[in-house]
Design a protein around this ligand. Structure first.
Ligand code: CP
Ligand code: NVA
Length: 304
C-alpha cells in the first residue's frame, strides 16, 4: 500500500504522474466537469494543528470526486493517551479509504501508517509538508512552463516547507537556494540524506538574500515561526530581519521572477503587502492549486 509521508515515498515518475493527473482534473474542473472517480469513498482527517488550506482543500477534493470527508482532532480520535496508536490506526482505517494527518511529530504519522489499512497522507508535520511542495511544483509548471533548471530561492527558515521543496527540487532537477541566517539553514543530516538519495543534486545556501534572488525564477518565503514555535517568534523576527521579502528585495530579482508563499502569511514580517498583493505574486493560484493537487493525488493513490 502506498503512503505519502515524505516525498521520499514517491519516485520522480510517480511525482510527474500525480502532477499530470492534477493538471487534467483542473482543466476538467475549469470546464465545469467533476469526474466522480471516488464515489462513496471516505477521507478521515486527524489534525492536531489548525489549517485552512490543507484541511478544506482535502475535504473539498474528496467531495468533488464523489466521496466525503470526516474530521477530528488527534485528541478527539484518542491519540492523547485514550488508547494506543496502533488501535486507533487499525480501527479508523477500517472505516476509511484514505487518512490525512497534521501533527507536530513526524514520527507519529510514520508510526500510524505502519498500522493503517489504508493510505496515509502527511498534511504537514514539523519536518515535512509534501502536499504543499507538490502543489508548488504544479503551480511553477503551469506558470513558467517547466521545472527542470528553474531556480527557486527560498528566503527564510529551513523548515518543513523548505525541506519538502528541497526534496521536490532534487526529484525534478530544479535548482534550489536557501537564503537563511546561520542557525536556520538545513541540517547536515537532512542534506546528506538528500544527496545520498539524489546523488549529483546540490542544494545551495546563501546568507545574503539580495545575492540569492539575483538569478531567481521564483522567490518563495514562509513564516519565520512555524506552528509550535510561537514562543520563539520575537527572537526569530530579530534573526530574520534582513530576510524580509519586500519591494527592495524583489527589485534585486529578475523582473520575470514570481513570488510564492504557502500561506498563512504574517504580512509585515516575512513579506510585505506590496509584494504579496503585487503583480509578481502567484500566491492565490498556489493556494487554489492545493485542491487540484489533492484530487490528482487521491485519484492516483486509490488507483483511479
Ligand atoms: N499552506 C498550508 O498548509 O496552509 P494551512 O496551514 O492553512 O493548511
Ligand atoms: N512552516 C509553517 C507552514 C504552515 C502551512 C508551519 O509549520 O507552521
Amino acid at each position: 500500500m502506498k503512503h505519502l509521508i515524505s516525498l521520499y515515498d514517491l519516485t520522480p515518475d510517480d511525482l510527474t504522474e500525480i502532477l499530470n493527473r492534477a493538471t487534467d482534473l483542473k482543466q476538467l474542473f475549469r470546464a465545469g466537469e467533476r469526474p466522480q472517480l471516488l464515489p462513496g469513498r471516505v477521507l478521515a482527517q486527524l489534525f492536531e494543528k489548525p489549517s485552512l488550506r490543507t484541511r478544506n482543500s482535502f475535504e473539498s477534493a474528496m467531495i468533488h470526486l464523489g466521496g466525503a470527508g470526516i474530521f477530528m482532532t488527534t485528541a478527539e480520535a484518542g491519540l492523547n493517551g485514550r488508547e494506543s496508536l496502533s488501535d486507533v490506526a487499525r480501527v479508523l482505517s477500517s472505516f476509511s479509504d484514505l487518512i490525512t494527518m497534521r501533527t507536530f511529530s513526524h514520527q507519529l504519522i510514520t508510526d500510524f501508517a505502519r498500522y493503517s489499512l489504508c493510505p496515509v497522507i502527511n498534511g504537514l508535520s514539523d519536518e515535512r509538508h509534501p502536499c504543499q511542495a507538490l502543489t508548488d511544483l504544479l503551480t511553477i509548471r503551469e506558470t513558467l512552463g517547466q521545472l527542470r533548471g528553474t531556480h527557486l530561492v527560498f528566503v527564510g527558515d529551513g523548515n518543513n516547507v523548505a525541506m519538502s521543496l528541497a526534496i521536490a527540487s532534487a526529484m525534478v532537477g530544479m535548482k534550489m537556494t536557501l537564503a537563511a541566517p546561520d542557525g536556520f539553514q538545513f541540517s547536515a543530516a537532512f542534506l546528506s540524506e538528500l544527496t545520498r538519495r539524489y546523488p549529483g543534486h546540490q542544494t545551495f545556501r546563501e546568507q545574503d538574500a539580495a545575492k540569492a534572488v539575483a538569478t531567481a525564477d521564483v522567490v518563495y518565503t514562509d513564516v519565520w515561526a512555524s506552528m509550535g514555535q510561537e514562543n520563539e517568534a520575537a527572537a526569530r523576527s530579530r534573526a530574520f530581519a534582513a530576510f524580509q521579502v519586500n519591494e527592495v528585495l524583489m527589485h534585486k530579482a529578475p523582473r520575470s521572477a514570481r513570488f510564492m508563499h504557502d500561506l498563512p502569511a504574517k504580512r509585515g514580517l516575512e513579506v510585505t503587502d506590496d509584494v504579496i498583493d503585487g503583480a509578481q505574486s502567484i500566491v492565490f493560484q498556489q493556494a487554489e492549486n492545493r485542491m487540484h493537487l489533492a484530487r490528482g493525488l487521491f485519484a492516483w493513490l486509490l488507483g483511479k
